[in-house]
Design a protein around this ligand. Structure first.
Ligand SMILES: [Zn+2]
Length: 289
């Protein structure tokens, strides 16, 4: 994604990994190959790799620079977490792109996590002398309080997943006094605020950005692939509550379709940013280039 400018705000992507990743039939339990192939033939070619039959999925962080703050939204998988393949992405690309964006860890004012999954809060922390500490020493980290509580409870029950995600990436932020545990109507200022889109995770939120009369929304994992604009009811195997995820997706897409709102889904490949239009019961996705 090239740097996106809306009003006084710039948004830049920092990529951890990209490329063909999963077959749609492995991702969407409701997948119908005949319907899916018809949609895929009409979608932008960057979203699907016909040679492997896999959807192209990116893992990225967005840097949002407002006149007042430097903000990261979602922090990929991070380093030293010990995740098994295929989640053991090489880390240098993310670090290189972070530096190429002109950033230092000390310069980050806020870290927003749309939700607390393995690939959205990894760079929250780094391992220093055997302890997990906040990567960004001057940042406040914005977590939804009930999302945080749900993963704390799941971890204490010994659920797998979430494995170590809460222990490594979330609890050390609270212990360091750098967490803001918020509700889903949290507003940072008149430029950045949350809105609830639960289902993929217990309290998944979108991050809204408004400046100069334009609106952009980091949609986290409210949807993973452009196929879900054609079939909003196709939830993924990773959704906490598949039905609620579909309800949130349809409600959100209905609200923004035809409004010119720029959408930034974390897992959409470059150019990532796009818009949706109504098409009967479905939605049309188009990238902004
Ligand atoms: Zn994700």
């Amino acid at each position: 994604m090239q740097t996106l400018k809306i009003g006084d705000v710039t948004i830049t992507s920092i990529i951890e990994r990209d490329g063909p990743w999963r077959k749609p039939g492995d991702m969407f339990p409701a997948y119908d190959p005949i319907v899916g192939e018809r949609h895929l033939a009409r979608l932008d070619p960057v979203v699907f790799d016909p040679a492997s039959g896999k959807m192209v999925i990116t893992y990225q962080t967005f840097v949002v620079r407002t006149p007042h703050h430097t903000i990261l939204v979602d922090t990929c998988t991070g380093e030293d977490k010990g995740y098994p393949a295929p989640m053991d992405f090489p880390k240098q690309r993310w670090l290189d792109e972070f530096a190429a964006a002109g950033l230092r860890f000390e310069a980050i004012d806020y870290v927003f996590c749309t939700h607390l999954h393995i690939d959205h809060c990894g760079w929250n922390t780094v391992l220093r002398d055997g302890r997990w500490v906040p990567t960004f020493p001057n940042a406040k980290y914005v977590f939804h309080k009930r999302e945080y509580a749900a993963w704390e409870a799941a971890t204490k029950r010994g659920d797998n997943p979430p494995g170590n995600v809460w222990t490594f990436n979330c609890e050390p932020i609270v212990a360091a006094g750098q967490a803001l545990l918020v509700d889903d109507d949290y507003t940072l200022d008149d430029t950045v605020w949350l809105s609830p889109t639960p289902g993929h995770s217990p309290c998944h939120c979108c991050v809204n950005i408004k400046s100069g009369g334009q609106r952009a929304v980091v949609t986290g994992d409210m949807m993973h692939h452009a196929l879900q604009c054609r079939e909003p009811d196709w939830s993924t195997i990773f959704d906490w509550d598949a039905k609620e995820a579909a309800t949130s997706r349809r409600r959100f897409l209905s609200e923004v379709a035809g409004t010119g709102t720029l959408l930034l889904p974390i897992h959409f490949p470059a150019p990532t940013v796009g818009r949706v239009e109504h098409d009967g019961e479905r939605f049309d996705w188009s990238f902004v280039r």
